[in-house]
Write a protein that binds this ligand. Structure first.
Ligand SMILES: C[S@@+](CC[C@H](N)C(=O)[O-])C[C@H]1O[C@@H](n2cnc3c(N)ncnc32)[C@H](O)[C@@H]1O
Length: 246
């Protein structure tokens, strides 16, 4: 299934409102992971990036990319949406890193050109992982790492579409979550735990860790309502995969 055109249209349409709502939080401090803005200093997923060639896969307005540039990494941001890339240009100003329009499904980069490929609810949430993971593995050099954060199957299976919130009741089948309709043909993607393992290993990657970020009880979710409010303190809302190419 080719979701590239519809996902590009969606992100072009919502980019302005998305950045107005979320940039003040996700751009406020460096290295914040996911819906609860959990600091990487706590999760220790990304490691030292100084001197590394880094690709952010679905960089949006580049909040992560510009933080890693400031740490001394050589970063390229790729994103499907020209509106999101325009937001990145506006936010980064003159000292911006290279920004490339492209899809995680068909990365416009040579084999083995990066030391680290990563994203936070980016290309690995919005492209079929069966296509995007092998692409990420292809552009990594040997020893390079793929690190990414996506919603957990728990979170997706407990999401009540009608109520617009995450609940404590299973709303959807776990098997077959797969492609999630986001309106007007746009699609996000989800895999079972077993399928993530198979897709990562099938692309030749070694799984080093699966971090399940656990925000403190009062930590707000910047994107979704949950019932109870401390849902993610009790169940894993996100999967932060840490892998490398041997
Ligand atoms: C939730 S944002 C993630 C960016 C940033 N981490 C943030 O939290 O705002 C998702 C980004 O993925 C981009 N995107 C959607 N589909 C994509 C694809 N197939 N390939 C690359 N980027 C894609 C969107 O344009 C959007 O900028």
């Amino acid at each position: 299934m080719d979701s590239i055109p519809a996902n590009r249209r969606l992100w072009n349409r919502i980019s302005g409102a998305y950045q107005r709502e979320h940039d003040p939080r996700i751009g406020a401090a460096p290295r914040l992971w996911g819906m609860y803005s959990v600091p990487d200093a706590e999760l220790r997923a990304l490691g030292d990036v100084r001197g590394k060639r880094v690709l952010e896969l679905g960089c949006g307005a580049g909040q992560w990319s510009r933080a890693l540039v400031a740490e001394g990494a050589s970063v390229v941001g790729v994103d499907l949406s020209e509106a999101q890339l325009a937001a990145a240009v506006g936010a980064m100003g003159e000292g911006r890193c290279p920004l490339v329009q492209g899809a995680a499904e068909r990365l416009p980069f040579a084999d083995e050109s990066f030391d680290l490929v990563f994203c936070d609810f980016g290309g690995l949430s919005w492209a079929p992982p069966q296509l995007a993971v092998p692409q990420a593995a292809r552009v990594l050099r040997r020893g390079g790492r793929l690190v990414f954060n996506v919603a957990s199957p728990w979170f997706e299976a407990c999401y009540d579409e009608d109520a617009g919130r995450v609940t404590t009741t299973l709303q959807k089948d776990y098997f077959g979550l797969d492609a999630i309709a986001e309106g007007d043909g746009a699609t996000s993607y989800q895999l079972t735990y077993g399928d993530w393992v198979r897709v990562l290993r099938g692309a030749g990657l070694v799984i080093d860790d699966l971090i399940e970020p656990r925000p403190g009880p009062g930590t707000p979710n910047g994107y979704n309502e949950t019932d109870p409010p401390d849902w993610a303190h009790r169940w894993p809302a996100e999967l932060l995969w840490v892998t490398h190419k041997p």
